[in-house]
Design a protein. Structure first.
Length: 171
């Protein structure tokens, strides 16, 4: 395991870990489990190094600009509107690849495939759906998962990016 992987590796079985850490690992586990399926798909998003945002706030502002025409949401055919803009937060972004991938969230939701569904997520009374897709960041293929909370409204909750082999994408 590389130093980067060690730094970002989370275990979900320790009681002292936060709830977010276990959610992060579960989302990454879903993404790793779907890797073979995603590898056979076409990339839904591409960004080159010179087009990458320089920090998370810049990425969020750029995405909000894209979403402005649709009140901060994206439409998924057969699923409905998914609110994104008011759910974005830099506190859940764990590395630069996830910061850059903020811009891919609409494309993964709109064009990705469903790679996971959880009824009664953590016994909280709502379900989640996870969309997955292949993306390309700085000429590197990667896989991305986007989790959506499904209630009477649908909300983006988190996203994660990994290489097709399940390791972390270093930029």
């Amino acid at each position: 395991m590389s130093d980067f992987d060690k730094k970002h590796h989370h275990k979900t079985d320790k009681k002292d870990k936060s709830k977010m850490v276990s959610k992060v690992e579960n989302l990454r586990t879903m993404l790793r489990d779907a890797s073979a399926i995603l590898e056979d798909t076409k990339s839904v998003f591409t960004i080159s190094r010179h087009d990458m945002p320089t920090n998370t706030q810049t990425a969020i502002i750029a995405l909000n600009t894209i979403l402005d025409n649709n009140n901060g949401s994206i439409e998924r055919k057969g699923f409905g509107n998914i609110q994104i803009s008011d759910r974005l937060s830099s506190k859940y972004i764990t590395d630069k690849s996830e910061m850059v991938a903020i811009l891919a969230i609409p494309d993964v939701i709109k064009n990705g495939i469903i790679i996971g569904h959880v009824e009664n997520h953590k016994k909280r009374g709502y379900s989640t759906v996870t969309f997955g897709a292949k993306i390309n960041i700085d000429e590197k293929d990667a896989h991305m998962a986007v989790s959506v909370k499904t209630t009477n409204k649908n909300f983006y909750t988190a996203h994660r990016v990994l290489l097709p082999n399940g390791k972390y994408l270093e930029i």
